[in-house]
Design a protein around this ligand. Structure first.
Ligand SMILES: NC(=O)c1ccc[n+]([C@@H]2O[C@H](COP(=O)([O-])OP(=O)(O)OC[C@H]3O[C@@H](n4cnc5c(N)ncnc54)[C@H](OP(=O)(O)O)[C@@H]3O)[C@@H](O)[C@H]2O)c1
Length: 302
């Protein structure tokens, strides 16, 4: 759908499953394709065919963002959202590379204006966007504090690079203030809901709260006098809407991530693997809040 009449055709070896697909199956996501449709926004695999002169060619291992149709043996993605898959990553990791890591880099660097040495608080930190944000923040020279709900998720967040971890059911705002001195520079928030106000209170002067999603179920509202009093900002970060008409920006983000992969910093965390015929179970795992890292559907060899 992103490249009518052209595009890179990929033999899919692994397809990523994410929160937006859960919303799509209920008709609750901004992208509402006519029924029936094949979900699956991103894949990793081997190029079957590609437009001449593009970034990849037949036989290349790639990660590709197709928006829809990824949960299938073949998928089509635009050239500007198809990237060579480094040998350091297997296909399952490749299927977790684009949506979460491009979003994390876009949200932290372009929208949040993250600078080296700053402190970043990441909500939902053991999830797909969360683990990506922890790694990208480290790669950009930040200190990271993760917010998670369980022991298992704490382990995942630490292994993804969290310097500190606090619990969402604890007085995390006060703990964050203590850990950070005077508050954090950035809150990266894929959760929203009723923790939003405490997120704002966790910012230091000049801090930015970057809105990424609403897994908590409700869209928070804020009395803007709080921004005035604290000299803080709330910033929206919608990756897809921003980058789709900007192929050069997609390539720049891809190149920066390739450097972070080379440096050993970006390593997508694959939390669960399913066969294609179990794709509904993969969606359910996310829906039940039990997923960690990226949930992947595998087809054939890695
Ligand atoms: N803005 C963009 O461009 C963009 C791009 C990609 C994704 N997103 C959005 O980012 C959000 C996160 O996506 P994801 O793939 O990282 O999801 P995920 O892997 O399922 O992680 C979401 C995390 O949210 C937390 N959470 C808190 N309350 C929850 C609840 N009631 N139900 C489920 N999870 C809850 C969970 O952590 P705890 O249990 O530790 O609290 C969970 O680990 C989604 O809303 C997605 O649509 C936005």
């Amino acid at each position: 759908m992103l490249s009518p009449g052209s595009g890179v055709v990929v033999d899919v070896r692994a397809a990523g499953v994410s929160f937006p697909e859960v919303l799509q199956t209920r008709g609750e996501y901004q992208l509402k394709p006519p029924l029936p449709f094949v979900p699956g926004s991103e894949v990793a695999g081997v190029v079957r065919s590609a437009p001449a002169g593009g970034a990849v060619q037949e036989g290349d291992r790639v990660a590709a963002f197709c928006a829809l149709g990824g949960l299938a043996e073949g998928a089509v993605a635009p050239d500007f959202l198809t990237f060579p898959l480094p040998d350091a990553l297997d296909f399952a990791q490749g299927a977790g590379l684009i949506l979460n890591y491009h979003t994390a880099l876009f949200a932290l660097k372009l929208r949040g204006r993250l600078r080296e040495g700053e402190t970043v608080l990441v909500h939902g930190a053991a999830g797909g966007v969360g683990t990506a944000a922890l790694q990208v923040a480290k790669g950009l020279g930040a200190r990271t504090i993760a917010v998670v709900s369980t022991d298992d998720k704490e382990r995942v967040a630490r292994s993804a690079g969290a310097d500190e971890v606090v619990r969402s059911d604890a007085p995390w705002k006060d703990q964050v203030k203590e850990l950070s001195g005077d508050g954090v520079d950035i809150v990266l928030d894929p959760v929203g809901g009723d923790r939003f106000l405490d997120s704002l209170r966790s910012l230091r002067e000049g801090g930015r709260l970057v809105v990424v999603g609403f897994t908590g179920g409700s869209i928070p509202e804020v009395r803007v006098n709080r921004l005035l009093l604290g000299n803080t900002e709330v910033v929206g970060a919608g990756w897809g809407a921003y980058v789709m008409a900007k192929p050069e920006l997609c390539r720049e983000i891809g190149a920066e991530l390739a450097r972070l992969i080379d440096d050993g910093i970006v390593r997508p965390v694959v939390g669960a693997r399913f066969a294609l015929e179990e794709a509904a179970d993969a969606l359910e795992l996310i829906d039940l809040r039990k997923a960690t890292g990226k949930v992947v559907v595998e087809l054939g060899a890695t």
